[in-house]
Ligand binder design. Structure first.
Ligand code: CDP
Ligand code: MG
Length: 882
């Protein structure tokens, strides 16, 4: 990979400059038949984003029906009939002053960057400029991508209203819904939706303009789209008889060098149009102290104070997730009654439910099953997945819905309710009718108070806000480097984001921003939020790109590229999971992996979980295991399903309570783990048991509290199970799995199957117990050897398998606390390893083994085919291979 030097890349660009795209498309660029170094390099250069064959297909298909498309820039003006009030409001927007500049730049350049403060009118007005200039009247439509679903939906409504056009014309498309028709001229969509469309039609022939909105957020899908479009736009403009395609990148910050000063992306830097914002001064007030935990409580007190003491003006509070938003809404509504909350949770008889779940003991089956690696759910030929996004969730949706920890009646001071506070929540997953409320004027005589996630930071502008309360935190997707599993964590935001938030207070008049942290803490914030792509493993991303037929991911023009090592590691993992084809040996030696995606990989790409888990889902239909696999994958993806009872107690009183609850949880863990066969599924069986029991009990807060489960996590698992079930059904309708709320425990036969499925997915997380006779250093006592680590790892005392110490296990992740502990451990049988993970075994003479996959303190695993395994360290039984 390192051989693809900067110079090489530049040469590639030169070549691309030449008007040869069509010929290139006709040529085949078969890397692997070339023996000459230089020649290979040449071919390599031509083998740009797409494979030649894809290009050919796309362009010729287009030529076929290109006759009645316009060939040049639009010259007509399409009148729009706006109401006088709308017209008046528009004229106040800073972007209106730049209309001519923007349109001239668009006419003269294939790509234009527009920077303007939030609220300057980019999202609502630029599509209208383009529409009026005829860009939606020549056979192509105007597409706008948003990283967030809320923005896609609400902006389409807003623009339709401003233009006085029906939603059949100004429409939106998000993952599961949309109102796009054949009359649609302006289409708002999430970035994931456009990514999937590119997969079907690389040249995006339906569009005349693509606007990438909120590019400053640097979401992974937005970044990939910009990379892809940097190639699609020149192609569209070079292939004769085609409609030209314009690209607009819109950002709320001026920091756009990653797009403009990036030779890899755009050889000629696109012009940047800056829109001056009309911003009123905002006075920033820092807290003296920084609450480390209860910032929601702090936000509550601050909001109450503002409402009681300060002049009229809307309040906007930034919190990090849905749960916090609802909790604060409830407290505020309680303190300043205006409307009644109707939430209430039902509780089921938990002991009854538990009994039922444990009772279902099923018939023992003697013949053991073996899962078949080739028996996976694959995409049907015509998948019809228009509405499927590339598995992206909005960042602020990590939290689940209802927060338990907060009792709205916990003796909060009741404020003077003479001016009612009109409290509204705002977050991505909120129903659209609810979201729309924040844009309407509050009822007369009330003060508007919006409790929002960072969706209100740049995507949406709420009118009439004078006070901003900023908790200074943001919920971010966090990627575990060891497992590649994603989760959501609350972290400090960046200075740029905090300033954006403050700016929300100065849209209509001078405002105030109350930061719930000290200026010293602010000083420690990073300047900007870093591009998401650089702080995460990329195997899921590589899989998505391969699903788009981008074979050479390493050559892809990312605005900010992930490291070559991260990309190579990702390809390697995907190859071993069977999602990508084995690279030709020669290409591998040159570290230029160009592995095409397999049918299994396509199926995996459609599941919104990490590829390791996607593999389990793909294999899960065997022996009717799918509902269990879905439940286990959901639990592993959500993580931390048990309450952390090992934390130190804060008081004597709490200590005895904690001890009690620990004992109770330990007992439940044992029950959920079961006995005999099911015990060997280990911690995953415990998760399955917990999910099953909790569902039986109706997933109530009380059941979770009583049994040491995190209620939030269980709600999230429930939601994810539904989502994964839909995804599997979409990929493979004949499986027709459904979420059974009263799932019975798996049979012994199914447990064996589940263990094999888990092994097939977590194959690179295999660990072998070091045998007593091999131990030289006492630190290896009860230790396990893993492929990548020199030090031993251990089974945690809380694990279901702590006492069993199986010879071979797979684990979900490794956590370092007092020791390196494996979490989510399942026992696997040694003889399954060469059957299910042949890619990790070396068959043949042990002396010929290339790089040993497993180097341990005691030896290397190498296997003889066909009948015996070489025994160096690994005590493997002989197995017949066919
Ligand atoms: O995209 P950008 O942040 O530059 O601005 P915008 O979203 O186009 O918003 C321009 C103006 O339209 C703002 O002042 C909003 O208050 C207003 N707007 C509105 O009143 N109702 C909406 N649903 C959306 C925007
Ligand atoms: Mg905008």
């Amino acid at each position: 990979i390192s051989s693809v030097s900067g110079a090489n890349r530049k040469r590639k660009w030169k070549e691309e400059e030449e008007d040869e795209e069509e010929q290139k498309a006709e040529e085949s660029s078969d890397l692997d038949t070339s023996s000459d170094d230089d020649e290979e390099e040449e071919n390599d250069e031509e083998n740009n984003i797409m494979e030649a064959s894809d290009l050919k297909e796309n362009t010729s298909a287009y030529k076929g029906n290109a006759k009645n498309k316009i060939m040049s820039q639009p010259t007509i003006f399409i009148p729009v009939d706006r109401s006088p009030e709308i017209q008046e409001a528009r004229l106040k927007l800073p972007i209106l002053a730049e209309e001519q500049v923007v349109m001239e730049a668009v006419r003269e350049n294939p790509c234009v960057v527009i920077c303007g403060e939030t609220g300057s009118g980019k999202t609502t007005q630029v599509p209208q400029f383009l529409y009026e200039a005829g860009y939606a009247s020549g056979g192509g439509i105007i597409g706008i991508t948003e990283p967030r679903r809320v923005a896609a939906v609400s902006m389409s409504h807003r623009v339709a209203k401003e233009m006085n056009l029906p939603t059949q014309v100004v429409s939106y498309q998000i993952r599961y819904e949309g109102n796009v028709t054949s009359d649609t001229k302006i289409k708002f969509m999430t970035d994931g939706v456009l990514l999937k469309e590119i997969q079907k039609d690389f040249l995006l022939q339906r569009y005349s303009v693509i606007i990438i909105d909120e590019a400053h957020e640097r979401s992974v899908y937005t970044d990939i789209l910009i990379g892809l479009l940097s190639r699609i736009v020149p192609l569209r403009n070079k292939v004769r008889h085609t409609l030209p395609l314009k690209l607009l990148i819109m950002s709320a910050t001026l920091r756009v060098e990653d797009f403009t000063d990036n030779q890899k992306l755009f050889k000629t830097p696109p012009p940047v149009i800056k829109v001056d914002a009309r911003q009123f001064p905002v006075t920033v007030h820092f807290n003296k102290r920084t609450p480390l935990e209860d910032y929601t409580g702090e936000a509550f007190h601050k909001t109450c104070k503002i409402h009681r003491m300060l002049p009229p003006g809307g309040i906007l509070v930034f919190l990090t997730g849905q749960a916090e938003v609802h909790s604060l809404c409830r407290r505020l509504r309680n303190a300043f009654p205006f409307r009644k909350s109707t939430e209430g949770e039902e509780e089921a008889d938990t002991s009854e439910a538990m009994r039922k779940f444990k009772k279902a003991k099923q018939k023992k089956t003697m013949s053991l099953p073996r899962i078949d690696l080739d028996n996976y759910s694959a995409l049907p030929v015509d998948e019809g997945d228009e509405d499927r996004e590339a598995g992206i969730e909005d960042e602020d949706d990590g939290g689940s819905d209802i927060d338990l920890g907060d009792d709205p009646t916990d003796g909060e001071t009741k404020a003077d309710p003479s001016i009612p506070l009109y409290v509204l929540p705002l977050y991505s997953l909120l129903a659209p009718e609810q979201q729309a409320k924040v844009f309407r004027p509050p009822p007369p005589g009330t003060r508007l108070c919006v409790i929002a996630t960072n969706v209100a930071e740049t995507s949406l502008t709420i009118p009439g806000i004078k006070y901003v309360v900023d908790c200074g935190r943001v919920k971010k997707r966090f990627y575990d480097r060891v497992t590649g599993v994603s989760s959501f964590k609350v972290t400090w935001t960046s200075q740029a984001s905090a300033n954006q938030r403050a700016g929300r207070a100065g849209r209509t008049e001078p405002g105030h921003c109350y930061r719930l942290y000290s200026s010293a803490v602010f000083g420690d914030f990073s300047l900007f939020s870093e591009a998401e792509i650089t702080r995460r493993p990329v195997e899921d991303l590589v899989l998505q790109m391969k699903d788009l037929n981008i074979e050479k991911v390493v050559n892809f023009p990312f605005p900010t590229p992930p490291s070559a090592e991260a990309l190579a590691a990702a390809e390697q993992l995907l190859v071993s999971l069977g999602a990508l084809e084995e690279p030709p040996v020669k290409a591998m030696q040159r570290a230029r992996l160009t592995c095409p995606i397999t049918p299994l990989g396509r199926a995996m790409a459609s599941f919104p979980v990490a590829p390791r888990y996607a593999k389990m889902l793909a294999l899960g239909k065997q022996q009717d295991c799918l509902p269990y696999v879905i439940a286990v994958v959901a639990a592993m993806t959500v993580r931390e399903i048990f309450e952390d009872l090992d934390r130190p107690a804060r008081s004597e009183d709490e200590n005895s309570k904690l001890t009690q609850r620990r004992a109770r949880l330990a007992q439940m863990r044992r029950l959920w783990a079961g006995q005999g066969a099911s015990l060997l599924l280990g911690d995953l069986m415990v998760m399955l048991g917990a999910v099953g029991a909790c569902e039986f009990a109706g997933c109530t807060p009380k059941f979770c509290e009583d049994n040491g489960l995190r209620y939030k996590a269980m709600v999230e698992i429930k939601r994810l199970r539904g989502q994964l079930t839909n995804a599997v059904n979409a990929v493979c309708p004949e499986v027709s799995v459904f979420v059974d709320p009263k799932m019975t425990p798996p049979t012994e036969l199914q447990v064996v199957c589940l263990r094999q499925i888990v092994l097939a997915g977590l194959g690179d997380h295999l660990a072998r117990r070091v045998q007593a006779e091999d131990i030289l250093d006492p630190k290896w006592k009860n230790g396990y050897k893993t492929p990548l680590m020199d030090d031993p790892v251990f089974i945690h005392p809380n694990s279901a398998l702590f006492k069993t110490l199986p010879d071979f296990v797979v684990y979900q992740e490794i956590m370092e606390t007092t020791k390196m502990y494996m979490r989510g451990v399942s026992a696997v049988e040694a003889e399954w390893v060469p059957q299910l993970l042949p890619q990790y075994c070396h068959f043949g003479s042990p002396l010929e083994a290339p790089t040993p996959w497993f180097c341990s303190s005691t030896g290397t695993i190498r296997c003889h085919r066909p009948s015996t395994f070489f025994r160096v360290g690994w005590q493997l039984p002989a197995v017949e291979m066919d």
